[in-house]
Design a protein around this ligand. Structure first.
Ligand SMILES: [Zn+2]
Length: 159
């Protein structure tokens, strides 16, 4: 299937946010490594708490166009909406903006000899992926996510 970058996904809504845009508690969630380990699968733990990267094209989340919300797999904070998702061709789920900027923490990552900006869950510091400056309009940002760091919450009928 050919995907024209920047062509939009058909139903582009203005920044109307789904019902998920409700008040969230941004109180920090702090757990010990052992607690995270008990809660997460080994792969989720490796990526979110150990700053790992899942192989590209693993899973199908990057292709999904289902309406819904992508939440932090560690604490459930709703961070991205399918409304802001785009097909980046990278094999990782990609978004051009989060539901709200304060739900992410950015931090410079100079590992592997590359200068990148890491994105973390603002509430529990889970490593989610990286943000790049080569995304589509309107933001020009590309939030490149590890699918394993996210839980997809489908938009229910009538939600
Ligand atoms: Zn979190």
């Amino acid at each position: 299937m050919a995907v024209a970058l920047g062509a939009g996904c058909g139903e582009v809504r203005t920044n109307a946010l789904p019902a998920a845009h409700r008040e969230v508690t941004m109180e920090k969630i702090v757990k010990t490594d052992a607690e995270w380990k008990a809660q997460l699968t080994p792969e989720q733990y490796r990526v979110t708490r150990g700053k790992g990267t899942e192989p590209a094209f693993c899973g199908t989340m990057h292709l999904s166009k289902k309406p819904g919300i992508y939440a932090c797999v560690c604490c459930g904070l709703e961070i991205f909406s399918s409304t802001n998702k785009f097909e980046s061709g990278t094999g990782w789920p990609s978004f051009y903006q989060p539901i709200a900027a304060e739900r992410l923490t950015e931090h410079k990552d100079n590992s592997y000899g590359m200068e990148r900006t890491e994105i973390l869950c603002a509430r529990c510091d889970a490593h989610l992926g990286h943000v790049f400056d080569d995304g589509p309009p309107p933001t020009g940002k590309r939030y490149c996510l590890n699918g394993v760091a996210l839980t997809f919450l489908p938009a229910g009928p009538g939600d």
